[in-house]
Design a binder for this molecule. Structure first.
Ligand SMILES: Nc1ncnc2c1ncn2[C@@H]1O[C@H](COP(=O)(O)OP(=O)(O)OP(=O)(O)O)[C@@H](O)[C@H]1O
Length: 659
């Protein structure tokens, strides 16, 4: 089936100014219902603790004749058996409990940061000593220690209690931060910072610490809860100053005066409820902080529920029965993928139609940011929020049955489909391989998951087979990824992709990180294996001249759309779209005559803005007035020299008016 025309997109109003976008992103982390609820509850406590005692001027210790009164207009939370106002006690208690919690959390967090970061970053003897110290504090049972310390200290005021709690609460945070620092300090961006001459303190504070903020925040918030609970426990046991009103102090007096037995529920329920509520609020806030400090979790302007609605109500595309032709393996129709939603959504794939035939190599070329990887992720259903398919279909045509809609597969169907029928090789082999597993285990995992009937002996045989197939010596099966060269790792990934003999292999810039010699060896290997095994390849790269060498057909992408598609030969001999022509003249060809490299002036458009005309028009040397107002459709050029499946989305060729 020839590639179908893409419906023109409706022009939308211009995107908001950057300032608004930035503000939106800042609030995005605070947007979830949990975060808002947590902050609201916390806000009420902070306001009550800070201003409550000034507004509700009743002395919490003042005695009155209203003894053991249930809640009323005069005493909102009732009274004690000496007539004290419980609401006034709770307000003062809120202030004291929050102060103890926050003070202890600040001290414990600072201690754990100093110990954890220093031990992890400096290493050696310092690490051993600090880790030993943290381990000692970790194994000492915290509560008995607190009880002993609090019992023997000369003063038992709030500050003393906070110090005691922080001394027993810092060590687990320090252990986690040390482990995290150990792992981060070996990452490439830290090496790069060192290489640029950054001082250790700066690296710790500005490179490592921001990566640990989620842990620090979580440790801080949970130490507040731990401290409030511990302080309440100490007060309840009479081990802190119970003449100072705190939630624990109120519980102590309620217990001592047998409030439970006398049915005075209003005496112990309010402080108990406060402790439970503050714990819940801090846990909710923790979710929000996680999202805010980790940009990967921060799904700007994205509402999963709303996006699902878009998906369900998106107009169904009319799909021609391409499989009837028999050679169609994968068919993408009207595919649109956005990152986020609303006016700031990035329209990364914007109405793509593609057909992959059995056994062919389909190249997808385009500049960085044109949407190639997003297309690959959508096809393999590996898109992560805020990425979402907003329209279109992806149909897989197995040999034995009718077409299957990949986008509608259940999780179980998807697990069976991925790797067994469709495998993907990513650009960065080091990131795709598990650093702590040997190659043999990683290759074996796919076989265990997808071929449960295989005996261990059969699995080992298959592992040796695929390793030989991709040109990896079988004696490297027990190597860890870091013991292999870049080329070997990439071969290992290809071996993993082919271990189940899939129908489709998606290659997303599989050799970009390698030198040209290894690049060539690996590509030749893939193409030979394709001849041998008959799988089809979707090969994604920015290097059009490389595709000319290896692909059967090529689709050129620009700003999320396919702007030209044809056989590799036609595209090489007569690229029609000015962008394809520019792309072809941006890289030297591997074979053939030397040609002048011109490149393409300008930069790709902002994919948040929907253009009213051709997205390439601002950079096009042949643009006409109509190009600013009309979105060209992908269609056959009607030029006599063209084959029917040479299609181009350019007004220069519409209605046969080619130039
Ligand atoms: N997680 C994300 N959130 C928001 N926008 C994204 C995200 N990932 C990609 N994009 C945007 O989607 C567009 C397409 O990106 P994509 O990575 O698919 O392009 P590409 O052609 O594969 O580029 P490259 O060759 O550099 O990998 C770009 O504008 C990019 O900024």
């Amino acid at each position: 089936m020839a590639v179908q025309a893409v419906a023109g997109a409706t022009p939308e109003p211009a995107a908001r100014p950057e300032a608004v976008a930035a503000r939106r992103s800042w609030f995005a982390g605070l947007r979830s219902a949990k975060t808002i609820t947590g902050l609201a509850i916390l806000g009420v406590f902070v306001v009550a603790g800070a201003f409550g005692p000034m507004v509700w001027r009743t002395d919490p210790s003042a005695l009155s004749d209203d003894v053991l009164q249930p809640p009323s207009g005069a005493h909102w939370f009732g009274t004690t058996q000496t007539g004290q106002d419980i609401f006034a006690q709770v307000l003062v208690g809120t202030r004291v409990s929050l102060l103890v919690g926050v003070t202890a959390a600040v001290m414990a967090t600072v201690l754990s940061l100093i110990v954890g970061l220093t031990a992890g970053y400096v290493g050696g003897l310092t690490d051993e000593l600090l880790s030993a110290l943290a381990n000692v504090f970790l194994v000492i049972p915290a509560l008995p220690l607190v009880v002993v310390l609090a019992g023997y200290l000369p003063t038992r005021g709030s500050l003393t209690v906070a110090v005691v709690i922080s001394l027993t609460g810092w060590s687990w945070g320090a252990r986690i931060l040390r482990a995290q620092t150990l792992s981060i300090r070996r990452r490439d961006f830290i090496e790069a910072a060192r290489a640029t001459g950054e001082r250790p303190a700066r690296i710790l504070l500005f490179e490592i610490l921001p990566n640990e903020m989620a842990i620090v925040a979580s440790s801080f918030l949970f130490t507040i809860v731990f401290a409030i609970l511990t302080q309440a426990g100490l007060a309840f046991l009479g081990l802190s100053d119970v003449t100072t009103w705190s939630w624990g102090g109120i519980l102590y007096w309620a217990q001592n005066n047998q409030a439970l037995q006398s049915g005075a529920w209003w005496w112990f329920v309010p402080p108990g409820l406060c402790i439970a509520l503050i714990g819940t609020a801090l846990a909710f806030v923790n979710f929000g902080i996680d999202e805010y400090v980790n940009p990967r979790l921060r799904v700007r302007g994205f509402h999963p529920r709303k996006s699902r609605r878009v998906r369900r109500t998106a107009p169904k595309q009319v799909v021609q029965d391409a499989g009837a032709a028999g050679d169609v393996l994968l068919e993408v129709t009207g595919l649109r993928v956005d990152y986020g939603d609303g006016p700031n959504a990035v329209h990364a794939v914007d109405g793509v139609d593609l057909v992959l035939r059995r056994g062919e190599v389909l190249g997808v070329a385009g500049e960085s940011g044109s949407g190639k990887s997003t297309l690959a992720y959508a096809i393999t259903r590996l898109l992560r929020p805020p990425g979402q398919v907003v329209a279109g279909e992806i149909r897989y045509w197995p040999t034995s049955a009718g077409p299957v809609d990949v986008l509608k597969m259940s999780d179980a169907e998807l697990r069976a489909f991925r790797w067994a029928q469709l495998a993907i090789v990513f650009q960065s082999a080091m990131n795709s391989l598990n650093p702590v597993l040997r190659l043999r285990e990683q290759l074996g995992d796919a076989l265990i998951d997808h071929g449960p009937g295989m005996t261990p002996g059969q699995r080992q045989k298959r592992i040796a087979e695929v390793m030989t197939m991709v040109g990896l010596p079988t004696d490297r099966a027990d190597a860890y990824p870091h013991e292999l060269s870049g080329g070997m790792r990439q071969r290992a990934l290809i071996a993993m992709a082919l271990v189940l003999e899939p129908d489709i292999l998606v290659l997303d810039e599989p050799t970009t990180a390698l030198d040209v010699v290894v690049q060539r060896q690996i590509l030749t290997k893939i193409m030979n294996l394709r001849e041998q095994l008959g799988f089809a390849v979707v090969f994604i790269t920015h290097d059009l001249s490389l595709l000319i060498e290896v692909a059967d057909r090529i689709a050129v992408m620009y700003a999320g759309r396919i702007i030209e598609t044809s056989t590799a030969k036609q595209l090489y001999e007569a690229p029609r779209h000015p962008y394809s022509d520019g792309l072809l003249h941006s890289f030297p060809l591997l074979h053939g005559p030397r040609r002048v490299l011109t490149g393409i002036p300008g930069a790709p458009p902002d994919l948040r803005l929907r253009s009213a005309g051709c997205a390439f028009q601002p950079r096009c040397t042949q643009a006409m007035a109509a190009c600013t107002t009309t979105i060209p459709l992908l269609s056959a050029t009607n030029l006599p020299t063209e084959a029917p499946d040479h299609q181009v989305a350019c007004l220069l060729y519409q209605d046969g008016e080619g130039r």
